[in-house]
Ligand binder design. Sequence first.
Ligand code: G6P
Ligand code: MG
Length: 214
Amino acid sequence: TIKACIFDLDGVIVDTAVYHYKAWKRLANSLGFDFTEHQNEQLKGVSRVRSLQLILGWGGVTKTEAEQEQLATQKNIWYMEMVNQMKPEEILPGAKEFLTTCRKVGLKTALGSASKNSMTILEKIGITDMFDAVIDGNKVSKAKPDPEVFLAGAQALGVLPEECVVFEDAIAGVEAAVAGDMKVVGIGSPDVLTGANLVIKGLDEMTLDKLYKL
Ligand code: G6P
Ligand code: MG
């Protein structure tokens, strides 16, 4: 039986995936190269440091660890400039409604995100109190596709992994959920999120009926 829903943040609850992409693109461009939207798919769900390493690799650029730290900080400054402009209306269609539905029928809810900025974003859009637990990039050491973030979520909620459904827009996130023995609903394209049990375009397409049929 399904007892809990665990939600990724970027690209599932809010469209910050676009802000991440813009900020990384700006950083790459400042270093004299660019990367494609297809390459960007590989960054989704991936930690800040690991994302930078992937991008530097694509550009064939080598940086020292100190330089990498500086570049990651710069990216986060540009990213937070966009986040700080966010309004509650920027919550993705259906997200708040589905969270409310889950809570009404007694399903537990958790956030499971790699982002160290999760709490700031939840506060910006005013939905902090809709989660029974928040597991973010400050609380885990192993990044998706490692299941740590979702397993920690299940534990915090007091449920078993197989009683959880994860909502994810990232390939690495879908893999993490599968590795954690959880059901997973992909948010995006079925061609990209091949490992998911079900793929929908957004939470506005999600229903309890679909959830219980997983
Ligand atoms: C999420 C996003 C990634 C991002 C990561 C870390 O998983 O999908 O694009 O790199 O969080 O986010 P942060 O806000 O800590 O840089
Ligand atoms: Mg995401």
